[in-house]
Design a protein around this ligand. Structure first.
Ligand code: NCD
Length: 341
């Protein structure tokens, strides 16, 4: 694993399995049963030039739960980039202040350009339609945990990815990460014009996976183990696409009927979130809230141990965690959300 995390291309099966194991060791801290101070004195720079709730806050919380502190800046308006500062200068400046940097930026390749100017570990928190490696790692960690609970194996699993597969960076990173594992069956369902880039399809096929594409959810999909839905990334559309795209039709909606008719009791439903809950968006339906197959909030919770694992590994304190653990002293509810099962 390189000293940055910019793309899942820098990971292999061994380094991914290692991160999954480190994340599992972080669970007592993430679940607020124990505390550690292994990153005491360390400072994280969290630079977000695009909208974010969970990625920004969970990277921040993960660093704090390891005992570090966080400095952050959000949006171009309040950063010196609004005065024309280059990525190179910003990177060099931030490296003098921080021990690790997470950056999200609307341009593909920008986080790699930023990372090229520093020896401080940089994590790509999403670069336009490019990649989102930490999300893919927490998604894989979620699949692994859910499959362990359900007594399933990843080998031969059937995974359906749907929604905006062209601009959705989470699915770009996830499909590459999944392709490191034993042969899978992957079905891609997207509206015309929003298909997965063909170079990613070719890569996955060349690694021996069975990959099929279709343009509607109204098909019979045998034995689905995971349904991974994504939001339409309208903010990345060209003006021409914005004019021609009428919105996601309701045949793309993953809801209770879809699950009851086309999935089994052991299918899990994932989404990187945010889901667009506005009327007519036809994103993942809220009628599944409270259904145990809906794994989206277990998935967001898993962002903390996985991001802690990424920091601990990049900052080389992964071996020190167990030596540092102490019990928590504050009140923690036994169940985080009111509908959790
Ligand atoms: C995603 C992103 O920003 O790529 N969100 C996230 O980080 N969990 C997905 C999206 O915005 O649709």
């Amino acid at each position: 694993m390189s000293h940055h995390l910019l793309t899942v291309d820098s990971l292999n099966r061994e380094s991914v399995d290692y991160l999954l194991r480190v994340a599992a060791r972080m669970e007592p801290i993430a679940q607020r049963r124990q505390v550690t101070r292994v990153l005491e004195g360390a400072v994280l720079g969290n630079l977000f030039f695009e909208a974010s709730t969970r990625t920004r806050v969970s990277f921040n919380a993960a660093f704090c739960r390891l005992g570090g502190s966080v400095c952050d800046t959000t949006g171009f308006t309040f950063s010196s980039m609004a005065k024309g500062e280059s990525l190179y200068d910003t990177s060099r400046v931030m490296s003098g202040y921080c021990d690790a940097i997470v950056m999200r930026h609307p341009d593909q390749g920008s986080v790699a350009e930023f990372a090229a100017a520093t020896n401080v570990p940089v994590i790509n928190g999403g670069d336009g339609p490019g990649e989102h490696p930490s999300q893919a790692l927490l998604d894989l960690y979620t699949i692994d945990k859910e499959f362990q609970r359900l007594g399933k194996s990843l080998t031969g699993a059937h995974i359906l990815l749907t929604g905006d597969l062209k601009y959705g960076r989470t699915v770009h990173s996830l499909i590459k990460l999944l392709s490191l594992y034993d042969p899978l069956r992957i079905t891609l369902v997207s509206p015309p014009g929003l298909e997965m880039p063909s170079k990613l399809i070719d890569l996955v096929a060349s690694r021996g996976h069975r990959i099929e594409q279709c343009d509607s959810l109204a098909n019979d999909f045998a034995d689905l183990d995971v349904v991974y839905t994504t939001r339409i990334q309208k903010e990345r559309f060209t003006d021409e696409m914005n004019e021609s795209f009428q919105g996601l039709s309701d045949d793309f909606m993953v809801n209770r009927d879809f699950l009851d008719q086309r999935c089994s009791q052991s299918t899990i439903v994932m989404h990187p979130l945010p889901r667009d809950s506005r009327p007519g968006a036809n994103d993942l339906n809220v009628d599944l809230n409270g259904d145990p197959r809906l794994a989206i909030f277990r998935q967001t919770d898993n962002g903390i141990p996985m991001r802690m694992a990424i920091f601990a590994t990049l900052l080389k304190v992964d071996e020190l965690i167990e030596q540092e653990l102490r019990p928590v002293r504050w009140y923690v509810p036994t169940q985080t959300g009111t509908l959790d099962r």
